[in-house]
Ligand binder design. Structure first.
Ligand SMILES: [Zn+2]
Length: 84
């Protein structure tokens, strides 16, 4: 298990799969954190209010690539939610 920090509310999220897009138990918005050889990415929830403000804020604060999830439905089984 890994602890990640919710980028929106700062709560800790304990997960086995930080790279899987999943909702925070505190604020309900989803995020995922991808660490790969091509860089580190934070994927944020397209349902967030003030999405572009959050995007700006997080990209300044975290210094990593921010991607906005555009999938309408993302509650797939583990491993099956990768876009190709
Ligand atoms: Zn949260």
């Amino acid at each position: 298990m890994t602890e990640i920090i919710c980028p929106y509310c700062g709560s800790s999220i304990i997960t086995s799969f930080p790279e899987k897009f999943q909702p925070c138990a505190s604020c309900g918005y989803s995020s995922a954190q991808i660490e790969s050889s091509s860089g580190n990415y934070l994927i944020i929830d397209s349902q967030l209010p003030d999405l572009m403000k959050v995007y700006d804020h997080l990209s300044r604060k975290m210094g990593r690539m921010i991607l906005i999830d555009r999938r309408v439905s993302y509650r797939d089984v583990a491993g099956a939610d990768r876009r190709s």
